[in-house]
Design a protein around this ligand. Structure first.
Ligand SMILES: NC(=O)C1=CN([C@@H]2O[C@H](COP(=O)(O)OP(=O)(O)OC[C@H]3O[C@@H](n4cnc5c(N)ncnc54)[C@H](OP(=O)(O)O)[C@@H]3O)[C@@H](O)[C@H]2O)C=CC1
Ligand SMILES: CC(=O)N[C@@H](CCC(=O)OP(=O)(O)O)C(=O)O
Length: 346
């Protein structure tokens, strides 16, 4: 099988990460990559890291790109683009995996409260499958449009799925997700808050009064255990890392439940989610460059409060890696096909 692939927004961080991951994917053939600013430039000239991989590929302006000839198109674009550009492709039978947030939230009016747009293709929101692979792989397999989850929602939701499915969290008690992201999470576009002098040697919380990933995480949690998402307290922080995301999650469990056992049981066959021994401390560098989420549960619950740690690489399991995992599921391939990279150390 050769899957003809297009990437819209291939000069951005998640776009170039898709190119890195797909370079040695046995079934992938990239036929179109777009950029408005770098149109007509050779890919391997723009990204020396890709010299020798895609030497004949040239960035095309999105308006000139032959995206309708693709089997699947990845949108690695800012929010608000796929909702306009994906529907004509979908109408021609092309599959779409959208890395942005355009199709993630089923309640369009809620989405419009958090994103500064009027949704231009709400009919496709209803069709889209939320691409959290470990939760929705059966529906992803038959999807034409996959809404690839956000990075924080992936890091926070994965350890909580087994607990919510068992309905073992105590009602009306907060679920606290204290999260940290590397700077590449903000994308490659120029912005003064992402300057080296602003981000390095610095650490800060942001989006405390409400981050747009809050309704996305709540949607997943509420779907599994009604109302539980509404108990979520989510505070993101920016850390002076390039890649990496860390969530420290505090949950209150009903008596008799052990989260370590439940999480271990749910992910025992997973190649992507690694449940580490109780008490270990997963590090962001242990997943750097790899399509992995490592989770551990801390012992010694206080008043039924347990601490769960979860780490991902925001650009891989938090974006491009999960997008390729979704493509693999959509094409009936092994989920980890082309994704078995060992993390980079140091
Ligand atoms: N960075 C991360 O860790 C994560 C990102 N995401 C999401 O993935 C998407 C991409 O993020 P990221 O790669 O970081 O973003 P970047 O800012 O790094 O890249 C954006 C890309 O989109 C292109 N682009 C911008 N505007 C348009 C437009 N109007 N039409 C077509 N192409 C456009 C840009 O190229 P050009 O301007 O030349 O066209 C560029 O290639 C975003 O929606 C983001 O929220 C999701 C999870 C994690
Ligand atoms: C560090 C940093 O700025 N991170 C980004 C994560 C954005 C992202 O990837 O989310 P969407 O795909 O939902 O836009 C932020 O907090 O906005």
């Amino acid at each position: 099988m050769s899957i003809k692939i297009g990437i819209v927004g291939a000069t951005g961080y998640t776009g170039v990460e898709l190119l890195r991951l797909l370079a040695h994917h046995p079934e992938a053939e990239i036929i179109s990559v777009t950029s408005r600013n770098e149109a007509e430039i050779k890919l391997s000239e723009y990204f020396p890291s890709l010299r020798g991989q895609y030497d004949d590929l040239v960035f095309q302006h999105p308006e000139q790109a032959c995206l309708k000839d693709c089997d699947v198109v990845f949108f690695a674009t800012p929010n608000g683009i796929a909702m306009q550009e994906a529907p004509p492709l979908l109408a021609q039978g092309v599959k779409v995996i959208d890395l942005s947030a355009d199709y993630r939230i089923k309640d369009v009016s809620l989405w419009q409260q958090w994103y500064p747009f009027t949704h231009s293709s709400p009919e496709w929101v209803a069709e889209a499958v939320y691409g959290l692979c470990e939760l929705n792989r059966r529906t992803i397999a038959n999807a034409q449009l996959v809404a690839n989850p956000g990075c924080y929602p992936t890091c926070v939701s994965l350890p909580l799925i087994p607990l919510l499915q068992k309905q073992c969290l105590i009602d009306n008690q907060p679920v606290i997700a204290d999260c940290k992201s590397g700077v590449s999470g903000a994308g490659r576009k120029a912005s003064s808050s992402n300057l080296y002098a602003e981000c390095s040697d610095n650490f800060k919380a942001y989006g405390i009064s409400g981050h747009r990933h809050l309704p996305e995480i709540r949607q997943t949690l509420n779907h599994l255990h009604p109302q539980m998402g509404n108990n979520l307290v989510f505070v993101p922080h920016l850390t002076p890392l390039i890649r990496g995301m860390h969530a420290t999650i505090y949950v209150q469990l009903k008596n008799g439940y052990n989260p370590a056992e439940l999480i271990d049981e749910y992910y025992c066959d997973s190649q992507v989610v690694d449940v580490m021994p109780v008490g270990s401390t997963p590090e962001t560098r242990s997943v750097r460059g790899a399509n992995l989420c490592r989770i551990s549960v801390q012992p010694a619950p206080e008043n039924n409060t347990w601490i769960i740690l979860s780490v991902i690489d925001n650009l891989v399991k938090g974006a491009a890696g999960q997008a390729v995992q979704n493509m693999n599921i959509m094409y009936g391939l092994d989920e980890s096909c082309g994704l078995t990279f060992v993390p980079l150390l140091p």
